[in-house]
Design a protein around this ligand. Structure first.
Ligand code: ATP
Ligand code: MG
Length: 607
């Protein structure tokens, strides 16, 4: 394409709306334009990038035997009611845009497609002979994100590749999952990204396994914990590890002590001159289930440790049935106002003991009458510990489970792992931390949707059993921006060659110089003829402006038909390394062909 004929406008200044480098650069270089909150137009350059990523995704999906299709964005509410997700998605989480049509029918705009694909599987898969199957699509998803930000990173309308596998049994599902795992590695390698596959939270669905693919970048919203030996990596939401050892308690006798103004662990440890590892802290939460039931939760954990609220939410999800619900729709530390709703008297905040009396809970219809007491193993292990006394200004020391305090039977890992913890697989390894952008998520779903929606098949024994499913997502538009976040410099974007909108840009420094123009025209048409995607900067602009724009837009190779033409040469600059070489005019095209092929296959080989 000729720049003079394209929609091409770059900005010198950073746009006010953008916070992170990749967002600023994509706006400045004319890749995207904000239309509304979390809603962006993909301009021609970006669309080419997205198509290249999509093509790589498509090739790798097809190579696994998956088939491409295109599902509906308008999704009838009945489907989501069958799976049990309508209320949580439209109300509790509120992530789904919902609308009512002229006939009064409720619809949602697809944030994901488990329901639609399960409907199709239910109708079309009858026999084990049809299995395994994997269907995928690449299309726009809609999510009413509460905090859309960072441009394409967290949009309310974005492009996703989602795939869904159907197998006869658990073992088959694991094979499908492994194939997708391999394909995801290949896709990210081919796109030229540095990434890590990490253990991920599988949420309330449980399921046997899930991994996220994290592109490593400081602007990432996720934290990854990993060990240097490469054997362990997990999202902090999911991570497990060994906590530091507790210091043995100096308090040999049980006593209640006057501990004024010590509502925090730090102030208490300071006052008692003890280690936070000798304290049992008791943290109050309030959970709301989808049936409207509220439960007050008291979590006991060692004083130096923090509660991982994702683990907590998962455990509360598993306990939902005990309260007549099926899913958690809200989890919070109850505010003063919340407490006034249910507390019979002011709580001894900062001085709560594990046996805080259930009398604090006022009887009410949608409220469990007793605290749900959960205890983390770090607290279970303690002896002669310090904890609250249920009376403001006082703590007890030298306490023991089974003596002063009953030990709750709900013992569960709720601890947040942190960098510096020892790893479970090898305690000589300590966890290190990195920021990551979640680009993909693969997930062993099992039978959650097939059971809920009655998607069954007849197995070899002639029995009707539910299909075993997996689901696999990649954020195509997020990936494009993550590539920029990982690869830029002060002058602009540096695209990995495989996903750059164009491979080369031919710059004519002075369009009034006929020799420069005609040499550029020849090279430009020759590049296109051999399939090298080229731009021609034939604008009537100063050379300096053109070079700046070429750097900003981030095209991998720049060819300049300038002074060296006199010796029959042109200047070729590599955007990533900034290396500049003079190459004779008729060598340019074969040389570039070689460089581009090398750059692209080098990435393919890694996998
Ligand atoms: P996140 O934790 O970032 O909100 P998610 O867990 O909700 O993501 P999935 O439902 O697993 O995401 O979706 C699959 C992929 O789609 C993600 O790995 C991510 O790359 C992409 N994605 C999800 N939400 C958005 C969004 N709002 N904007 C852009 N891409 C997104
Ligand atoms: Mg996810």
């Amino acid at each position: 394409m000729r720049l003079s004929q394209m929609l091409f406008a770059t900005l010198r200044e950073d746009p006010a709306e953008a916070e992170i480098p990749s967002h600023k650069l994509l706006v400045r270089a004319g890749y995207i334009r904000r239309v509304g909150s979390g809603v962006y137009a993909y301009l021609p350059f970006l669309w080419r990038v997205l198509q290249k990523i999509s093509q790589i995704v498509r090739e790798e999906m097809n190579a696994t035997g998956a088939q491409e299709c295109l599902l509906t964005q308008l999704q009838p509410s009945e489907l989501w009611k069958e799976s049990g997700r309508w209320e949580t998605y439209t109300k509790a989480e509120g992530i789904m845009f919902a609308l009512t049509d002229r006939q009064g029918r409720e619809l949602g705009l697809g944030p994901t497609h488990e329901e639609v694909i399960t409907l199709i599987a239910r109708d079309m898969i009858r026999s084990y002979r049809q299995l395994p199957l994997n269907l995928y699509q690449i299309q726009t998803k809609f999510r009413d994100e509460i905090r859309p930000r960072f441009g394409l990173m967290r949009g309310r309308e974005f492009i996703m590749k989602d795939a869904y596998s159907f197998d006869a049994d658990e073992a088959g599902m694991k094979v499908s999952y492994q194939k997708m795992n391999r394909a995801y590695h290949n896709i990210l390698h081919r796109c030229g990204l540095a990434f890590r596959a990490v253990d991920a939270d599988s949420g309330a669905i449980g399921g046997s396994g899930s991994q996220e693919f994290m592109v490593l970048a400081d602007a990432g919203e996720d934290e990854v914990l990993y060990t240097a030996d490469g054997k362990y990596a997990a999202n902090v939401e999911k991570a497990i590890s060994l906590p530091p050892d507790a210091v043995p308690s100096p308090f040999k006798a049980y006593k209640k002590l006057d501990t004024p103004n010590t509502p925090t662990i730090a102030s208490l440890a300071d006052f008692l001159q003890c280690s936070p590892t000798q304290i049992v802290k008791n943290v109050l939460y309030q959970v709301t289930y989808d049936n409207g039931m509220n439960v007050l939760v008291l979590v006991s954990i060692r004083g130096d440790q923090d509660v991982n609220e994702v683990k907590l939410q998962n455990e509360l999800g598993r306990l939902a049935g005990e309260y007549g619900g099926s899913a958690v729709i809200g989890l919070k530390v109850p505010s003063e106002e919340d407490q006034q709703q249910w507390a019979t008297k002011p709580l001894p905040l900062g001085y709560i003991a594990p046996n805080l009396s259930d009398d604090y809970i006022q009887p009410a219809k949608n409220l469990a009458a007793q605290f749900l007491r959960l205890i983390d193993p770090t607290a279970v292990e303690l002896e002669n510990f310090v904890t609250g006394s249920n009376e403001s200004g006082y703590h007890v020391v030298g306490a023991n489970w089974g003596q002063e305090f009953p030990l709750s039977k709900h013992q569960v890992d709720l601890r947040k792992s942190v960098a510096g913890d020892r790893s479970i697989h090898d305690p000589s390894q300590t966890l290190q931390t990195a920021r990551g952008i979640e680009i993909g998520h693969i997930f062993q779903l099992g039978t959650k949707y097939s059971k809920a929606m009655g998607a069954t098949y007849t197995n070899e024994q002639g029995e009707e059993v539910p299909l075993v499913m997996g689901c696999y997502g990649i954020g195509v538009s997020r990936l494009a921006q993550a590539a920029v976040e990982q690869s830029y410099d002060k002058d602009g974007i540096i695209w990995p060659v495989a996903i750059a909108p164009y491979h080369a840009i031919v710059v004519i420094p002075n369009i009034n110089d006929n020799k420069q123009v005609s040499a550029a025209e020849v090279i430009y048409s020759e590049l296109n003829r051999v399939g090298i995607e080229a731009l021609l900067d034939d604008r009537n602009e100063r050379a300096g402006v053109k070079f700046k724009d070429a750097d900003l837009v981030g095209i991998p190779y720049r060819i300049v038909t300038g002074r060296s033409l006199q010796e029959g040469k042109v200047e070729v600059v590599n955007r990533a390394t900034r290396e500049s070489q003079e190459i004779s005019v008729h060598e340019v095209v074969p040389t570039l062909r070689r460089w581009i092929d090398e750059a692209i296959t080098a990435k393919t080989d890694v996998a």
